[in-house]
Design a protein around this ligand. Structure first.
Ligand SMILES: NC(=O)c1ccc[n+]([C@@H]2O[C@H](COP(=O)([O-])OP(=O)(O)OC[C@H]3O[C@@H](n4cnc5c(N)ncnc54)[C@H](O)[C@@H]3O)[C@@H](O)[C@H]2O)c1
Length: 441
């Protein structure tokens, strides 16, 4: 049965806390595509196909033609930042896109001016921006962010809004009692409890207004019981954490393949150099710890050493990120993988990925924004695990082990779309193609 899905009529507002490299590359990219200057490469919603029915049916529409998603021309952008640069200036400073590409859409980019940030320097020590809201309590901050959302909606005449956190990675902290229920969280806001991170305030404000929220950084943000409770209360979808780009993307492509062939692994050493503002923020050990935890979980979960002690019982996994300004957004990563095969004979794999961080992240912002808006219109609420495909550290139901294997994640995403649109799910069993081939009657 097809779900009751509201049409994507009118404009969709995409609000982003953090208008830095990723957000500006996303905005400039969408504008460039809508003007016909470029193609949305890397966006599964725009370029990906989905098979419907049997293989012999030859039905493989584009996802955007199968699912009622907002059109790129209907997106209106907005956001907050601790620096007051408009999106044109921020995109120039980020040095991700070629200057001619930015100049071609200069007026549109200049018109997007960040709102003052809900910020607490204790959570991102390496930033010194002053474009921030004054506040007495975190409750005031939440109210101000809600006002910002409503004003944005009215001024731009948008029908629906989604929020995608593209802000810096906050320092590592674990969920505490103040995060454990909505009542405790709201009391914490009023008492200005310093364990409530700025990203949580944006998520709270969004969810309170029924605005779907996706988290592109590894911060806890909406991955706390209080905000999951609020998401259910206001029937709002959430997803997180941490855009899956670069090195972790490679890990979740390679590791499932090696494990599928029962090859053993002794060690995986990953190192990176990058020189953008994200790299500068991650140069602080407390902020790096948040990223490290997000990146480390991936291999353990894919390889399951407890189930395969002979293959992965001694696995040593190490990750390093080094801030190196000359490279700017063009991160370079090296991976050395020590594997072993038949009778324990050792082999090595080396991966040297010269990637572009924000070029890989921008289409993820687009897809998350479009899908989480779709989820809301399809009546889904709470954690959207089917969006794990895009995320390094997927948020799941309590006690549920995340699925990191990108191929299983893709099957989950596609089957969710088929399910919501009333199509048969695809199991890839395929025995029916062989039934009756040699029957003589
Ligand atoms: N680029 C990638 O491949 C990638 C992959 C995974 C995750 N991420 C995460 O995405 C986020 C954005 O990355 P980026 O490269 O654009 O970083 P960036 O430093 O260029 O941009 C982040 C922006 O957020 C702003 N900011 C910080 N705290 C804020 C707050 N409380 N309110 C409003 N603005 C705030 C900063 O001033 C900055 O301009 C980072 O957390 C990064 O770790 C990026």
């Amino acid at each position: 049965m097809k779900h009751q899905i509201k049409e994507a009529n009118g404009k969709l507002g995409v609000l982003m806390p953090g208008l830095g490299a990723v957000a500006t590359t996303f905005i400039a990219g969408v504008l460039s595509v809508t003007k016909g200057f470029s193609k949305p490469i890397g966006s599964v919603t725009q370029m990906g196909h989905i098979r419907l029915g049997k293989r012999t049916d030859n039905k493989n529409p584009l996802i955007k033609d199968f699912v009622p998603l907002a059109k790129l021309e209907d997106i209106v952008f907005g956001g907050w930042d601790v620096y007051e640069d408009n999106v044109y200036t921020a995109a120039v400073k980020a040095e991700v896109l070629d200057r001619f590409q930015i100049e071609a859409i200069k007026p549109e980019l200049e018109a997007i001016i960040p709102m003052k940030a809900a910020f607490d320097k204790n959570f991102v020590k390496n930033l010194d921006g002053t474009h921030v809201k004054d506040f007495k309590t975190r409750y005031d901050l939440a109210q101000m962010v809600m006002e910002d959302i409503k004003t944005f909606q009215e001024e731009n005449k948008v029908d629906r809004v989604v929020m995608v956190w593209c802000g810096s990675t906050e320092i590592y902290h674990e969920a505490a009692d103040v995060h454990n229920s909505l009542a405790a969280f709201e009391q914490g806001l009023r008492e200005n409890d310093e364990r409530i991170a700025p990203s949580m305030i944006y998520a709270y404000a969004a969810l309170k207004l029924g605005v779907p929220f996706a988290n592109g950084a590894p911060n806890l943000t909406c991955d706390i019981p209080a905000l999951v409770e609020l998401a259910h209360q206001t029937k709002t979808p959430i997803a997180g954490k941490d855009f899956k780009t670069g090195q972790t993307l490679m890990k979740t492509i390679l590791a499932p393949g090696l494990q599928a062939r029962a090859l053993g692994m002794e060690g995986w050493f990953s190192t990176n150099i990058l020189g953008n503002r994200d790299g500068w923020v991650l140069d602080d050990p407390d902020n790096f710890k948040t990223k490290e935890v997000s990146k480390l979980g991936v291999l353990e979960d894919i390889l399951s050493p407890e189930e395969y002690p002979d293959l992965y019982g001694d696995l040593y996994h190490k990750i390093r990120i080094n801030y190196y300004p000359p490279r700017k957004d063009n991160k370079e990563s090296w991976d050395n993988i020590d594997i072993f095969g038949w009778l324990g004979y050792k082999m090595q794999i080396k991966v040297n990925f010269l990637c572009r961080d924000s070029i890989l992240a921008a289409p993820i912002v687009l897809d998350l924004a479009l899908f989480i808006d779709f989820a809301k219109r399809a009546g889904m609420s709470g954690i959207q695990e089917w969006l794990s495909f895009y995320l390094k550290s997927p948020q799941t139901a309590p006690g549920l082990r995340p699925e990191h294997d990108i191929f299983k994640q893709l099957i989950k995403l596609q089957n969710t779309l088929r399910y919501l649109m009333g199509e048969d799910l695809i199991t890839h069993l395929g025995l029916d193609y062989y039934e009756g081939i040699f029957d003589t009657e």
